[in-house]
Design a protein around this ligand. Sequence first.
Ligand SMILES: Cc1cc2nc3c(=O)[nH]c(=O)nc-3n(C[C@H](O)[C@H](O)[C@H](O)COP(=O)(O)OP(=O)(O)OC[C@H]3O[C@@H](n4cnc5c(N)ncnc54)[C@H](O)[C@@H]3O)c2cc1C
Length: 542
Amino acid sequence: MGERGDSDTICTDCTSRTHRTHRTHRTHRTHRTDRGAVTRRRFLEHLGVIGGSSLVMTAMSSWELMAGQAGVRPSLTGRPAKADVIVLGAGISGLVVAYELNKLGYDFRILEARDRVGGMSWTVRRGTEHTEINGEHQVCTFDDGLYINVGPWRIPYTHTGILGYCKELGVSMQMFVNEADASYFYYEGAGPFANTRVRLREVKADLIGRTNELLVKAIDKRQLDLPLTAEDTQRFVSYLAGQGYLDASDRTYKAFEARGPGNPYALADLLRSGFGSRMRSIAASDGTAAAPMFHPVGGMDQIPKAFERALGARRITFNAEVRSVHQGDSGIEVSYVDTKTGKSIRTTADYVVACLPLSVLAGVDINLSPEMMAAVRSTPYSDSAKMGLAMKRRFWEEDDQIFGGHLYSNLPLGEFSYPSDGYFSHKGVLLGLYAHNGIVGNEPVKARVEHVLTHASKVHPQIRQEFESAYGVWWKRVKYSQGGFATGAAAARREQLSRVDNRIVIGCAATAPTSEPDWQEGAVSAGWQAVTSLHNRAMRTL
Ligand SMILES: Cc1cc2nc3c(=O)[nH]c(=O)nc-3n(C[C@H](O)[C@H](O)[C@H](O)COP(=O)(O)OP(=O)(O)OC[C@H]3O[C@@H](n4cnc5c(N)ncnc54)[C@H](O)[C@@H]3O)c2cc1C
């Protein structure tokens, strides 16, 4: 457990990410055993030195080390005679742990510091508020019915762990549009298309059309040595011509109506633009490019709320900020403060499953073994941020025919995205910024909004006029989170974190044995691992 990715070498042929894929891909076996090859881990460590965690995250994302399935839900049997469990934290991992313990018949309760379930699975809507650590207070003033998912916002279809719970708990799901042909490229700086909006559909059509034209012409002139019979070569040509919409008579690529007005761009310009790096066929794994993706109707928080309903209100104590956890030979004592009354409360149990982010757990008075505490303290967290922008008018739909998907740009906004719901209604919430490098986090909130509007208006000049209000979440500045998701998949650390520490098991997404902490699937995978370890530990003491 926890060693995924470390023994793998980077396959430059397909940049496939998972062991499963490598095992089923014959050519990759040889890549894995190449002597002296750069391991993914070594490569990521080098990247970390050069470019910090954001570069590592980018590399991990592009290899999709960061996505994957939680595997098969554990099928556990038996019930220990005495097993009173306290679960710390009601994020997805804590809720999964509680849900599975409930099925096994354990006596358990959750202590949750916030007044709601979900942790990072947080949907901001009218009336939502928070105060940043040593910072400003924000209150959301979006119209009723509008919202922004400031943590998780999309789920690949391959994340069968979390989607399985959605089905089981009756959470209504809808499609998340991760790519819209009408969306724009906008690269600021130099180059053939600098500071110009170019539609994704034009780039796609022209790159494919121009490439296919070259190939077909080369085949016609017998310049390619193809491992095909004459008949298959003709079939190949027909395929290339059809796919690239080549003219039947002269095999030339010409613009066509659905591509949009104007002549095709020159291949050399397209290549120099760098747009091609966004063009892929089928996503090699299940990362952010996998289609389809889903999101719950009404906001991501519908998932934790469904768990809450299934568990029943009496199982969760809200506003319970855990301050200390002391384990001994015969039991474990947990102290927390009721943040509403300020009262300190002590309680005991046989076991604790800690589903707090490690960034928070590191500051709790807890007597873990020195090795475990070292692993907790050495886990870095991303400096992720999101900002939702409520707009008076859905100008991206009305003026630009963009329905969902993203803007592809090098603007300092990270990802800028259009909502995948509420189409053809009046107002909507744009994701104005989604980044992992703490960008503008040190500025006052007003300046952060100004930053986003200034850059976004280069692509959408209407944005200032249509802007109504904003709500931003910089996760490092959020109490009870102190960061986005655990980064750096150090195998030894994960292996340590997966161990049972006498009476304590760690179950937050950072310990995920499969999938990765930047997905709820990682939280599910971690929860399953924690329940399995705890159950095995409790059954041994029978
Ligand atoms: C910006 C961003 C975007 C993301 N996008 C996606 C996405 O698109 N799709 C996807 O599937 N995943 C996504 N993720 C990842 C996903 O959010 C996480 O993997 C998952 O939510 C982590 O769940 P968790 O239970 O481990 O932690 P958390 O959600 O952090 O839960 C921990 C819980 O512990 C509680 N707590 C903290 N301190 C205390 C204390 N002292 N006492 C008691 N309780 C305490 C917290 O209040 C919280 O409820 C994203 C994450 C971020 C940050």
